[in-house]
Design a protein. Structure first.
Length: 173
């Protein structure tokens, strides 16, 4: 399996949306498989932790019996986390659990990436990226005015002029 880099794979190149859409499902599947593998590893680590816990508990009981000492279950439960074998198995489980959580988050992030791609396409189709943007300029009335405002004003004036020609009225606003 190839090395996965979710930080890189989640980046969106807004200048190549078609490429992003083409690769989205295959990348999603790679991460979904990795999440399933991480879940399997986590379950195996948990199972191993339980086996180690039982073996350590039996060892503590045997050591106490060999020494002729009586030991309580509470004392056994308190001693288990101090044993090296248990610490190692517990650390292995924690790492597997962490990997599982990260892969699950990556899969959810790819679901979000799909939505982001869809929204970028909607913006593109709506002309969001088509006109250069300028800083708003204040009008005499103190209201911000942008390029789209002046274009809109020109269109409105042209429409009024056409309506006046059609109706023959010369109403002044």
């Amino acid at each position: 399996m190839k090395e996965l880099n979710y930080e890189q794979d989640l980046q969106i190149n807004e200048h190549a949306l078609e490429r992003e859409f083409i690769t989205q499902s295959s990348k999603y599947m790679e991460y979904a498989e990795a999440a399933a593998d991480a879940d399997y590893d986590r379950k195996k680590a948990k199972e191993n932790l339980e086996v180690v816990r039982a073996e350590v508990a039996n060892g503590i009981r045997e050591d106490a019996a060999d020494a002729g000492e009586k030991i309580t279950e509470k004392a056994i439960e308190t001693t288990i986390p101090m044993k090296t074998e248990y610490k190692e198995a517990h650390e292995e489980f924690l790492k597997a659990d962490h990997d599982y959580l990260i892969m699950g988050a990556a899969v959810r992030a790819f679901e979000m990436k799909k939505g982001s791609l869809e929204n970028l396409v909607k913006l593109l189709l709506g002309g969001y990226f088509s006109a250069p943007r300028e800083e708003p300029v204040e009008t005499a009335a103190g209201k911000p005015r942008t390029i789209s405002d002046s274009s809109s004003d020109k269109q409105k004036a042209a429409l009024k002029k056409k309506r006046k020609k059609k109706t023959g009225t010369k109403k002044v606003d």
